[in-house]
Design a protein around this ligand. Structure first.
Ligand code: CUO
Length: 673
């Protein structure tokens, strides 16, 4: 297919670039102004030599935020875009640059700038799936659509519909293939791309608790991966901490990088990681470097301090009354952000270079002129099984730090005066049994690729669940109203051997389900909360077709509110799969004092959801407790004078509660309304 640049459909694309061959850009309208269709403007004030290193990444090849040289290129292009004023100026400058820089870099930089410029708040980014359909749908499937179009009656205007899933890239011959539907879920990839877009490294972005959120969001991602593995009867993911032995599982993405058709690198089973020597990219790292950095980071963790560039000892602890928590300092050094790391030359760039070594293990020195594997790109990395093994290692290092922290005291865990009397989970009048099954969602491939100007719809299969409500019976024993934070977590009741887990085994499996604030009047309160409002999830992004079908003006506040916030766990992935016969899970509820949890700050531009994993745009993270509280630390030895053995022992406290549920996988298409 030829990449497309012309808009179709009525009124949905208001700013369009007409001159070249990269995907549809952005849909926008400045509030109140009529729609503007932009022809390529002559902008001689933007010279290509002003773009710095932005032109250094070849067109059609992969762009990796894990490579320092690519981050520099992104910074240079973002600087050019940031200097513009207003949507029209940005679009004109973008049009001038468009076609001269790498496509992925271009979309990254445009998205970066739109998210950060106040005057562009009404600009809508199209769904990433519709910008780069070739990153979500195999080349073969797209080619089939093209063949059908070629044979079709030219007068037929009905869209060609192609399906993708449920086998995804695997055959089910290997155990890891059974999880392909999860790893290759479009929503997870879109979330991960957006998360790294709003919390980038090396871009001079110093957001509140950025390092800590890097730890927490990825910790939760691994926990949820394990929930899915246990649902399928697979053991929990194993960390990749020996980089001198072959990696058992290969990965073959079958996707193309951009719309020019170049394929991602593949990795055979049992590939040995090798030193990274890519002269054309200008980056080199040895496995020995990774080992030295890991050793230095572990020294810091166990000694309780890091060493800054001047040789000063900087203590790292989570108990701080001001300044950064230790986890934040440690994570900036481990991820690593070259601007924010306490000592970049000394602690290196362990996590980023790990991605690179794994992304290039099939052709580390470019002998075969192969592209990087999907581990190199934040929009595709989650597809590869090795991603989870790598991030399990990263998380294990953070957990090593967390275990050095003192346990919370009973006083810190308790919140006297409030009591959880009873909880229940209700779905369609049935209590405490959740249902999962398959669903599908349509995206227009013909926005990002040209199928002779004909509409092509791809239907992507995905896991989903029937929505449900939490019912909480809460008692406020005080005389005045009390504001409380309700924290909800989910974990399997039994481990892979079918045994009940102790506190420490289950501790890192607790997946956050929700966190919200309620005001309790004195006495009894019945609180109902829908799963659709979860603090981790994002509503499904609107597609072009959704907008057209609903008759929504794409520039209307309803449309933009849903769309500038691409970050957030996909709503359809909130509930782990469970088992056909039902699988035992536990919900843990805890009430904490909102007066302590509250962050006082001016109202900010806020996304409707996804706050727990994504924070709030241009504002502080809205919870003062360490992320993951109360499961981020070891338990105290005793609660109410009895030893703590498992999570249920926390529920001895009036403000905590544990509740058993079952998750049933229906293995069928869900009937959702
Ligand atoms: Cu999100 Cu490694 O940080 O992929």
């Amino acid at each position: 297919q030829e990449p497309l640049n012309r808009p179709r459909g009525k009124g949905s694309v208001l700013f369009v670039l007409e001159n070249d061959d990269t995907p549809p850009l952005v849909t926008t309208r400045i509030a109140g102004s009529p729609s503007i269709k932009l022809q390529v403007p002559e902008r001689n004030d933007v010279a290509l030599q002003d773009l710095g290193t932005a032109t250094s990444i070849p067109i059609g090849s992969a762009f990796s935020f894990f490579l320092a040289s690519h981050r520099r290129a992104a910074k240079d292009l973002c600087d050019v875009f940031m200097k513009t004023s207003g949507a029209k100026d940005l679009m004109e400058v973008a049009a001038r640059v468009h076609g001269h820089v790498n496509e992925s870099l271009f979309i990254y930089a445009i998205s970066f700038v739109i998210l950060r410029k106040k005057e562009l708040q009404s600009v809508r980014l199209p769904s990433f799936v519709e910008v780069f359909p070739s990153r979500f749908v195999p080349q073969e499937t797209l080619a089939k659509a093209q063949i059908r179009i070629n044979r079709m009656d030219p007068n037929q205007r009905e869209p060609v519909i192609v399906e993708h899933g449920l086998e995804f890239s695997g055959t089910h011959l290997k155990p890891e293939h059974r999880l392909s539907y999860w790893r290759e879920d479009y929503g997870l990839s879109v979330h991960h791309w957006h998360w790294h877009l709003i919390y980038p490294v090396g871009m001079g972005v110093d957001r509140d608790r950025k390092g800590e959120l890097f730890y927490y969001m990825h910790q939760q991602l691994i926990a949820r991966y394990d929930l899915e593995r246990l649902s399928l009867g697979l053991p929990r993911v194993e960390k990749l901490d020996n980089w001198r032995v072959p990696i058992e599982d290969g990965y073959f993405p079958k996707l193309t990088i951009s719309n020019t058709g170049r394929a991602w690198g593949t990795r055979q089973d049992n590939t040995l990681p090798k030193d990274f020597r890519r002269r054309e990219i200008g980056e080199f790292v040895d496995i020995t470097d990774l080992e030295i950095w890991r050793s230095r980071l572990l020294d810091a963790i166990h000694q309780g301090f890091m060493v800054d560039r001047k040789g000063n000892k900087v203590p790292i602890r989570d108990d701080v009354t001001s300044g950064q928590r230790g986890i934040d300092i440690l994570a900036e050094a481990l991820e690593a952000d070259e601007d924010l790391s306490i000592n970049y030359p000394f602690y290196g760039s362990l996590h980023n270079f790990g991605h690179d070594i794994l992304a290039f293990s099939h052709d580390p020195d470019n002998a075969h002129k192969e592209e990087m594997g999907v581990m190199g790109d934040t929009a595709t990395a989650m597809r590869d099984p090795v991603f989870y093994r790598w991030h399990k290692f990263v998380d294990d290092t953070f957990q090593e730090y967390k275990l050095m922290q003192r346990p919370y005291t009973e006083e810190e865990l308790n919140f006297s005066g409030v009591k959880i009397e009873k909880v229940g989970v209700v779905r369609n009048d049935e209590a405490d049994i959740l249902h999962t099954g398959w669903n599908k969602r349509g995206f227009e491939a013909s926005r990002g690729l040209d199928f002779n100007g004909r509409p092509v719809l791809v239907e992507l299969k995905h896991l989903d669940h029937e929505p449900f409500n939490y019912h909480l019976q809460l008692n406020n024993r005080g005389r005045t109203a009390k504001e409380v934070t309700v924290r909800v977590f989910l974990a399997p009741k039994f481990n892979a051997r079918g045994l009940k887990m102790n506190f420490m085994e289950q501790r890192i499996l607790w997946a956050e389900m929700d966190k919200f604030t309620v005001s309790l009047k004195p006495g009894g309160n019945h609180v109902v909360r829908t799963s659709k409002d979860s603090s981790i999830t994002n509503p499904e992004e609107l597609t072009f077709r959704d907008l057209e079908n609903s008759g929504t003006d794409p520039a209307s506040p309803e449309a933009t509110a849903f769309n500038f916030c691409g970050c957030g766990w996909p709503q359809h992935m909130l509930v782990p799969r469970g088992r056909p016969e039902g699988m035992a899970f536990q919900l843990f509820f805890m009430l904490t004092d909102y007066a302590i949890d509250k962050v006082t700050q001016p109202a900010a531009r806020s996304c409707p959801n996804g706050v727990s994993f994504c924070g709030i745009q241009d504002a502080k993270y809205p919870d003062t407790r360490p992320m993951g509280f109360p499961f981020d630390r070891r338990p105290p030895p005793m609660i109410l004078n009895r030893p703590v053995e498992d999570a249920a022992d926390y529920a001895r406290l009036d403000n905590a509660f544990i509740h058993d549920i079952s998750i049933k996988f229906l293995a069928d298409e869900l009937k959702l309304n």
